[in-house]
Design a protein around this ligand. Structure first.
Ligand code: PDD
Length: 287
């Protein structure tokens, strides 16, 4: 595999030379936030939305972000260019940096944050899960109570995905008090038999997905009725269709929940339409 070029605190370096301190708070405390922005035909998808959420995540944690949107766009574009990335993702991580020691308290504002970006090539439009759908297994939502902040504390989502894989599924859906919160790394949706699209309302319980926002707009353009409310596992299992949304999966049909087939175990028509519309709109808006 060819060596990637990675961005670390102002420098573009070969991946084996990309290093941060062992005292970095991202490493010691998961004191960091991140974004994943997808790339199609070498251009960035939903970039302004991802940067808006990055600022919000950092702000909620009183973390400095001494780069404006233009500077961040330049870094994203330069990294995409240097890695000749046509399709895939750009991962960005911002941490509170290193105070040179381990101390729970935040260091002073004079401690520079750490900013790291790298690319990951992946076929996003032509993907098997997009075509055939995925099977999900439910897991208790044991994440922290501020899931609206996109932090790098992803151990529990990783555990949930491992448990889902062990159960023969492709991904996990998180459940709290009998209600689906979201997927382990995506937002969860269902379509009722009377044609209403349902996804959970924004709160501290879920991440405000950027793809979710665009899909809500597209649903309106397609004259679909939309309700933002929680739904149970049983309601989703009996729904006309289910799907998930995220930057890296766009709109991906869900064909089974805990081994109960959804929509006869085949990708649904509305999920397919929304996926196509999302890809078309993304190509149009890419920067
Ligand atoms: N995950 N919910 C969770 C818990 C997520 O981690 C993600 C994104 C989403 C969807 O957000 P968006 O549409 O903005 O990508 C919802 C990214 C892709 C990841 O961790 O790789």
């Amino acid at each position: 595999m060819t060596q990637r070029t990675v961005y670390v605190n102002g420098d573009y370096v070969a991946e084996q030379d990309a290093k941060v301190s062992v005292f970095d708070r991202g490493f010691l405390f998961a004191d960091g936030v991140y974004e994943v922005c997808s790339v199609l035909e070498g251009k960035l998808i939903d970039f302004p939305g991802h940067m808006r959420r990055l600022k919000r995540s950092a702000g909620e944690l009183e973390m400095g972000l001494p780069w404006d949107d233009d500077a961040l766009l330049t870094i994203h574009r330069e990294l995409t260019r240097r890695n000749a990335l046509e399709e895939g993702m750009v991962y960005l991580q911002l941490t509170r940096g290193s105070a040179g020691d381990r101390d729970f308290h935040y260091p002073g504002a004079d401690t520079p944050p750490t900013l790291v970006l790298f690319t990951q090539a992946k076929s996003l439009v032509d993907s098997r899960s997009g075509r055939e759908g995925i099977r999900v297994a439910t897991q208790p939502d044991w994440r922290w109570a501020r899931r609206d902040i996109k932090t790098v504390q992803l151990l529990y989502p990783a555990m949930a995905k491992m448990a889902a894989t062990a159960a023969g599924a492709d991904d996990a859906w998180m459940v709290e008090d009998g209600l689906v919160t979201e997927g382990a790394s995506n937002n969860a949706w269902m379509l009722t038999h009377d044609g209403t699209l349902v996804t959970r309302e924004l709160s501290h319980a879920i991440l405000p997905g950027i793809t979710r926002t665009v899909v809500l707009e597209l649903a309106q353009a397609l004259s679909l009725r939309v309700e933002e409310r929680p739904f149970s596992v049983e309601e989703a299992q009996g729904a006309r269709e289910c799907f998930v949304t995220s930057a890296s999966s766009f709109v991906t049909p869900v064909i089974a929940i805990d081994d109960v087939p959804v929509a006869g175990g085949r990708p649904g028509e509305v999920a397919r339409k929304l996926r196509e519309a999302y890809i078309e709109e993304s190509r149009r808006r890419a920067v």
